[in-house]
Design a protein around this ligand. Structure first.
Ligand code: MN
Length: 150
């Protein structure tokens, strides 16, 4: 599950973790990293099946309902990545500064192939959020991320 993650990185050059597939002690970890790469984006990561399922959100994640954000699914990351902050060196994959923007836990309320409903308990994001595959967008990696009303 981490093959793509490892293939893209040179661990002699980046301080990102090599990591391994394993459930964390703290179950259902949730983190958003602000990644100031060639394009500033926010990496949403949810612990699932021993890895962090990951989506890149090009704009600031919504704190309240009414705003839908594109979330582009990216390669699974190791659980250890949840605490990673630092600067990925120039010339390396994802070069730029990574900072933790929000962190906490989440509860999976609904899970289908194309739909996750989660209850997020973060510092910034709190409440019920949906991740739904953006059908018709032409790319199966495109999802929508938004806060549910109520
Ligand atoms: Mn990123």
């Amino acid at each position: 599950m981490l093959e793509e993650y490892r293939r893209k990185r040179d661990f002699k050059k980046t301080s990102e973790p090599i990591g391994e597939v394993r459930p964390s002690k703290e179950s259902h970890l949730y983190v958003i990293q602000r990644h100031d790469a060639s394009h500033l984006h926010y990496d949403l990561r949810l612990e699932m099946d021993g890895v962090l399922k990951s989506w890149a959100v090009p704009k600031e994640p919504p704190l309240g309902p009414g705003v839908k954000r594109l979330a582009v699914q990216t390669e699974d990351h190791p659980i250890d990545y949840a605490s990673f902050e630092g600067v990925i060196p120039e010339g390396e994959y994802g070069a730029g500064k990574v900072e933790i923007w929000d962190r906490g836990t989440y509860e999976l309320l609904e899970k289908e192939a194309d739909k996750y409903i989660i209850e997020v308990s973060g510092e910034r994001l709190k409440g019920r959020y949906a991740l739904i595959r953006f059908k018709g967008s032409g790319d199966p990696k495109n999802w929508l991320f938004f806060k549910k009303k109520g």
